[in-house]
Design a protein around this ligand. Structure first.
Ligand SMILES: [Zn+2]
Length: 209
């Protein structure tokens, strides 16, 4: 519920667009179709089995259940957030991959891919998104549709969705000024090395000399 309010407050969801889910063992709690994400109560949620069977809930589960289930089956995700955030949806119409113009894309597993368009709720869309997340990505853009991210908590999934929207805003701003230069694979590797070095350097014995 907090996640829905958070995404709505930050403008990433409007009304009932977008959906959230969390997995616990072989059950998945999902937001229902047609209700406002930012105004949802616990009793509004639906529960489906990992095979897609509707188990419980007074409202029909989101039409994107196949998408959520496919990601749970393909990854170690326990929480998924999907929205139609404006800039993410806009960028998804213009490229096959969000160019790595900022190293923060590494927090999403690298340059974010755009899953090819397919009708919402379809198995084809679910397959396209899973493929776009291959190779350690934890987020994807969905062509002419929106964005999606997962994590081991709903807070982490929402963090990543917000970061993806920020990266898309950054890209949109840069392309308005000219053709942005993307970071090279070697430059991204250097960021990973720097991050690992900093992580080692943050130990309790560091910084005393
Ligand atoms: Zn959608």
């Amino acid at each position: 519920m907090d996640a829905g309010r958070r995404l709505a407050a930050r403008g990433l969801v409007i009304g009932s667009s977008g959906n959230l889910s969390m997995r616990h063992d072989d059950l998945v709690v999902v937001t229902p179709t047609g209700l406002e994400i930012g105004d949802m109560k616990p009793e509004d949620l639906s529960i489906v089995a990992i095979d897609g069977t509707w188990v419980e809930g007074q409202y029909k589960p989101t039409s994107e259940v196949p998408l959520h289930l496919a990601i749970y089956q393909a990854t170690g995700a326990t929480a998924i957030a999907h929205t139609h955030a404006v800039t993410s949806a806009a960028v998804s119409c213009t490229c096959d991959e969000l160019p790595a113009i900022h190293y923060n894309c590494l927090q999403l597993g690298g340059p974010v891919r755009v899953a090819p368009y397919a009708t919402y709720g379809s198995v084809q869309l679910a397959e396209n998104v899973v493929e776009a997340m291959a190779g350690g990505r934890n987020a994807a853009l969905m062509a002419n549709h929106g964005s999606i991210a997962y994590g081991d908590t709903m807070s982490k999934a929402c963090d990543r969705l917000e970061l993806l929207e920020w990266l898309c805003e950054h890209y949109a701003a840069a392309t308005a000024l000219g053709t942005p230069r993307a970071l090279t694979p070697a430059e991204l590797d250097d960021v990973i090395v720097a991050f690992l070095t900093d992580s080692y350097g943050s130990g309790p014995t560091e910084g005393t000399s």
